[in-house]
Write a protein of this length. Structure first.
Length: 149
């Protein structure tokens, strides 16, 4: 029988699994970055904004985000999805949808009315995914300045 996906809060013990998934996706392992990132999440970010997807006892995906209050001139608190990743061997099974759905439901429970994310315009994968999940392109502009060196 096919095991179903279970979504739970992320903990420090998920460090190695997250590093592995990211390495499978990008080819780069960043254990030091992820150790600090998880510490940051546990210290100052709402716990509902860092989630793990498991099938059986195997970690197969994650989502990390935060809540931002009156930032960027926005009139209310919004939730941000900062990074989402699903193990390539487990894609196409609704795992990322389940992660986003739990994230959105938790944001709603905290009286948040909007979820934001940023995606690269070059990433058809991420544009297509968020479009499919009902996210629409917003009106905020992304500004940047290239620095010398
Ligand atoms: C994009 C990503 C999160 C999707 O994960 P997934 O578990 O395969 O997605 P799901 O199976 O939950 O798909 C949900 C919906 O989005 C759609 N979808 C998924 N990937 C898509 C894509 N690349 N383009 C368009 N639609 C897509 C699915 O068809 C599905 O639609 P449906 O439920 O209406 O049938 C996954 O491919 C990924 O992790 N990509 C790499 C992201 C990344 O670079 N992260 C940073 C480093 S870890």
């Amino acid at each position: 029988m096919k095991k179903s996906v279970h979504i739970r809060n992320l903990t420090k013990s998920d460090l190695a699994a997250i590093v592995n998934i990211e390495e499978h996706v990008t080819g780069v392992a960043r254990p030091v970055y992820w150790e600090k990132r998880i510490e940051l999440s546990e210290a100052i970010r709402p716990h509902w904004a860092s989630l793990i997807a498991e099938i059986g006892s195997q970690v197969v995906g994650f989502i990390l985000g935060r809540a931002g209050e009156l930032e960027f001139g926005l009139p209310s608190t919004v939730a941000w999805i900062e990074i989402i990743g699903v193990d390539p061997a487990f894609r196409g099974q609704g795992i990322a949808r389940a992660l986003v759905q739990t994230f959105v439901e938790s944001a709603e429970d905290h009286d948040i009315k909007t979820v934001f994310t940023l995606v690269s315009a070059d990433s058809q994968e991420m544009v297509g995914f968020f479009d499919r999940l009902g996210f629409a392109q917003g009106k905020m502009l992304h500004f940047h300045k290239n620095l010398a060196g």
